[in-house]
Design a protein around this ligand. Sequence first.
Ligand SMILES: [Zn+2]
Length: 332
Amino acid sequence: MTSYKELGLVNTREMFAKAVAGGYAIPAFNFNTLEQMQAIVQAAVETKSPVIMQVSKGARNYANGTILRYMAQGAVEYAKELGCENPQIVLHLDHGDSFELCKECIDNGFSSVMIDGSHLPYEENIALTKKVVEYAHQFDVTVEAELGVLAGVEDEVSSEVSHYTKPEEVVDFSTRSGCDSLAISIGTSHGAYKFTPEQCTRDPKTGKLVPPPLAFDILQDIESRLPGFPIVLHGSSSVPQDEVDTINANGGKLPDAVGIPEEQLREASKSAVCKINIDSDSRLAMTAAIRKHFNEKPGDFDPRQYLKPARENMKKMYIHKIVEVLGSNDKL
Ligand SMILES: [Zn+2]
């Protein structure tokens, strides 16, 4: 058993309470490479932001769970080396799909886990979440649950259609399951293709797709029933069009990729939404920089030559999200 406290990590409890009270949201960035980790830590330290570094099942399969845990410990030490005296870094399991997986992560230094029972019948979702909560709370690890289903594809998680969270269920669910935060479905979606062109309208000036707006009425309803309770949004990348354009201009093929407009995420951050998950935007920033680099310098073959601009581009994106969208800067 390795406690996250030994690694210098923190759970989400105090962080979320401050974020809800302060009207901002904590960035939850997925990572599975060294360069993503470095970029996340540099961005968080430079902006004085708390940060959640999260790992999906797919990331664990790719990078190895033990390595990722040591990378999170490395992230804490790196933040201190960069001058941050008291880094607020969470290591979070994204989309845990079983009690066993959550337990394994809790036993191995994660400070927060998500148990995603959203695909299960309501009572089974409560029972599974409660089981994870009872285990996690013994070690002061916080638990995120999910109610409602997001559309889109994320590692092993995928659904063709979304089901909005039913506000009338949230009080019963959170009370009986004991979860510390709740991921809800209000129209965000996983992946870089969040909406089909048919679901969108086209901006007549730019020809770009404009996605349907998030269901803020549902969010407000949930907030009024669960005042101050931490709400989480998954699938909240914005799919920046300049990155998509760079990818497409340098040999890529991402037609009509579309995300959640940043104005809407900015608005959500001011509400009880206190954790916003961003994964695809980091993938796009990395790929755009690498494609551009190879197009301009086809003779390069040292990975450091193209991973350095990739890391810089991700860092720029993370700082932009923290300062311009979520408002979590200057909170340490
Ligand atoms: Zn998700």
